[in-house]
Design a protein around this ligand. Structure first.
Ligand SMILES: Nc1ncnc2c1ncn2[C@@H]1O[C@H](COP(=O)(O)OP(=O)(O)O)[C@@H](O)[C@H]1O
Ligand SMILES: [Mg+2]
Length: 403
């Protein structure tokens, strides 16, 4: 679990020719700022790159870069065991990329909503402890406390052993400082609603309110809800109606949690009762009544400590088998430097035909676009070794769907 000290790695600049991607399976996620790609680096092996797209004149680009570097600085400050490991950045013609460790398990939302996976209570508890631990770390940094400001299941990544890592730091700040002309902000009502689901009522009432720890605790309450119910918090509702309902005290219903409890015994049932109690404390309407995240973490940790560790390991093994992570090994000549990625077209362009999209990708923007139980992740790419950028000149063709 928790490491008390930040590891403070030095962030470095990467060359966009040194990270190679398989154009057919490199997009591993998408969110409000663009896409996340998996690629291979000669010394660090598999990496994830979050592409932050920026359009506009030189001044806008400079301002965007400063904000993105500020974001990276926050990520560096937040480096601890349960926060995504960040290595540095790279510059692309369309903007820049944040270079991080790649996590094979996808995000917590896709995991919880995948009904083909059996999810034991001890395993879910462990993920909640790890998430709370990441939040507690940033909330208690000496001197410069950080507020994540966008706690939700999509922003929690899973390792191949299903350990949780907090990610997507300060996107809300990025959105606020760069404005809609410089970065791609959520454009549709659905995307905004998507975020509103996890936003504290006092912030929904006044979006410009200063970020506070209590907002993260509220979002964490909704994470507990999804962890227990394995459902979206609210049925599809028109954005203004939903926002007003949350402001007026509406919270997700607990029918699925009641059903869960009815099928459990002893330890697990007792644990779910405590989790439900904490969930309700975290999403209290009055922010001053919400608990400190460390208190919740410690409570959940004591529940994990009461479990048999081998039971958790068994649950991990079963769940990973059911997730069926396929590993693709593309031929060396299929790999393309990340420099050739065009976020606007979600396409890798060939170097000699850079104005024409060579591969079209039909990308689901959120988990809501997919049938229940289907993951957003494409098959996991296992990159081949030793490919130089000069080998990546061929034309890539064909059309495919990201699974
Ligand atoms: N390091 C990573 N390893 C694996 N998948 C990732 C990684 N970072 C992000 N993703 C995937 O991409 C999605 C969007 O990433 P995120 O950082 O939340 O971007 P946004 O700011 O656009 O929401 C995540 O929900 C996850 O599915
Ligand atoms: Mg996100």
């Amino acid at each position: 679990m928790a490491s008390a000290q930040p590891s403070q790695p030095n962030l470095r600049e990467f060359d966009a020719d040194d990270i190679l991607c398989d154009p057919k399976s490199s997009i591993v996620g998408s969110g409000s700022f663009g896409v996340v790609l998996v690629g291979k680096h000669k010394s660090l092996n598999k990496l994830a790159v979050k592409v932050l797209e920026c359009h506009g004149g030189e001044q806008t680009k400079e301002r965007f870069k400063n904000t993105a570097m500020e974001e990276l600085g926050k990520l560096q400050t937040a480096q601890t065991e349960n926060v995504v490991r960040t290595y540095g950045w790279l510059t692309l013609s369309c903007g820049m990329g944040i270079v991080m460790q790649y996590y094979e398990g996808g995000n917590l939302k896709d995991f919880l909503l995948n009904n083909r996976i059996t999810k034991g209570i001890p395993l879910r508890l462990r993920q909640l402890v790890e998430t709370a631990d990441g939040i507690a770390f940033i909330h208690n940094l000496p001197g410069q406390k950080l507020v994540h400001n966008d706690i939700k299941p999509e922003n929690i990544l899973l390792t191949k052993d299903l350990h949780a890592k907090l990610t997507d730091f300060g996107s809300a700040k990025l959105a606020a400082t760069t404005g809609s002309t410089t970065v791609r902000l959520p454009a549709t009502g659905e995307k905004i609603q998507f975020t509103a689901l996890y936003t504290a009522p006092e912030k929904l009432k006044k979006v410009t309110i200063r970020p506070k720890k209590e907002h993260d605790v509220y979002g964490y309450g909704l994470v507990i809800h999804m962890s227990l119910s394995c459902e979206e918090p609210y049925p599809p509702t028109e954005i203004n109606t939903l926002t007003n309902a949350i402001i007026n005290g509406e919270r997700p219903d607990c029918d699925a949690i009641d059903d869960l409890k009815a099928g459990l015994e002893n330890n697990d049932k007792g644990a779910v009762e405590v989790m439900e109690e904490e969930m309700k404390r975290c999403w209290e309407h009055d922010p001053t009544r919400r608990p400190d995240i460390t208190e919740v973490r410690d409570k959940f940790q004591s529940l994990v400590d009461a479990q048999n560790p081998s039971a958790i390991l068994e649950q991990v093994t079963n769940a990973v088998r059911q997730m069926d992570l396929k590993v693709e090994r593309p031929a060396e000549n299929q790999l393309v430097p990340i420099r050739q990625f065009s976020p606007r077209d979600k396409t890798f362009l060939t170097t000699n035909e850079s104005s024409r999209p060579a591969v079209n990708i039909d990308l689901p923007s959120t988990s809501r676009d997919r049938p229940a139980g289907q993951s957003s992740r494409p098959q996991v790419m296992e990159a081949a070794n030793g490919v130089t950028s000069s080998q990546q000149q061929g034309i890539i063709s064909g059309q495919f769907k990201v699974l």
